[in-house]
Design a binder for this molecule. Structure first.
Ligand code: NAP
Length: 247
């Protein structure tokens, strides 16, 4: 039970990766506060976390809204007295080639994917700095490292998360608060279901390990980065992509 006695917040916990992360953190002993929009899928995650015997708090909220983020963090801190782990995972895609991309598709993706990471990190940093311990785990993407045609907004948001993570890691290290980013490749969730089959096949051919990733693959890494086994790791970006990207 490497996370026994710790508390965590996971955004996007109503989605594929977020649900797996929330359950894995709970299995490792953490109490988990889950955030998302879809009530039904949030309730499903809540049931999985509760089944581990850990405490769960559930928040239906918009991660891009500053007030909602602050209220969520304040409530978790009030109810549980501490916040040890923050997993910034909520994200969307609104793909389009540059010359056709609307301003609103740019703004929406930047706000949900990147601004939310700033808002949650700022809010939990105050709590973690006082505690003199904490781990922030940001879910970026290999697309933030290598780019992708038709994903200018998404790649900018994920590249932004990577750069932001490094600055935060440098700022908070003296208080023993760590920040790292995970860069997943192709993980089987609702997000990747949308990709046309021929493109999915092409991606599979480019994965050295010869399979798509599962949400649990990402969850295992998140648990490691959240806990004390990774105590000497901060400001890093770890790709989890079956070898698609090797740095
Ligand atoms: P997913 O199943 O679609 O989950 C996305 C999650 O984000 C959902 O819980 C969704 O909540 C939440 N979300 C979206 N907009 C929100 C908002 N405004 N406020 C609150 N929550 C919001 O996709 P996923 O694959 O698990 O993605 C999770 C993260 O991994 C994302 O950041 C994604 O960019 C990243 N990632 C995924 C892959 C992949 O191959 N799947 C690869 C690289 C990176 P609702 O459904 O309740 O709205």
């Amino acid at each position: 039970m490497e996370l026994a006695g710790k508390t965590a917040i996971v955004t996007g916990a109503s989605g594929g990766i977020g649900q797996a992360v929330a359950e894995a953190l709970a299995r490792a002993g953490a109490d988990v506060a889950i955030c998302g929009q879809n009530q039904e899928r949030l309730a499903a995650t809540s049931t999985l976390v509760a089944a581990t015997g850990r405490r769960v708090l559930s928040y239906a909220m918009n991660v891009a809204q500053a007030d909602a983020v602050q209220q969520t963090v304040d409530d978790v801190a009030k109810q549980w007295g501490r916040i040890d782990i923050m997993v910034n995972n909520a994200g969307i895609t609104k793909d389009g080639l540059l010359i056709r991309m609307s301003e609103s598709d740019w703004d929406d993706v930047i706000n949900v994917n990147l601004k939310s990471v700033f808002l949650f990190s700022k809010a939990v940093a105050r709590v973690m700095m006082k505690q003199r311990t904490g781990s922030i785990v940001n879910i970026a993407s290999i697309i933030g490292l290598i780019g992708n045609p038709g994903q200018g907004n998404y790649s900018a948001s994920k590249g932004g998360i990577i750069a932001f993570t490094k600055s935060v890691a440098r700022e908070l290290a003296s208080r023993h608060v760590r920040a790292n980013a995970i860069a997943p490749g192709f993980i089987e969730t609702r997000m990747t279901e949308k990709i046309p089959e021929d493109l999915q096949k092409k991606m599979l051919d480019s994965i050295p390990l010869g399979r798509y990733g599962k949400p649990e693959d990402v969850a295992n890494l998140a648990v490691f980065l959240a806990g004390d086994r990774s105590a000497y790791i901060t400001g890093q970006v770890i790709s989890i992509c079956g070898g698609m990207v090797m740095q």
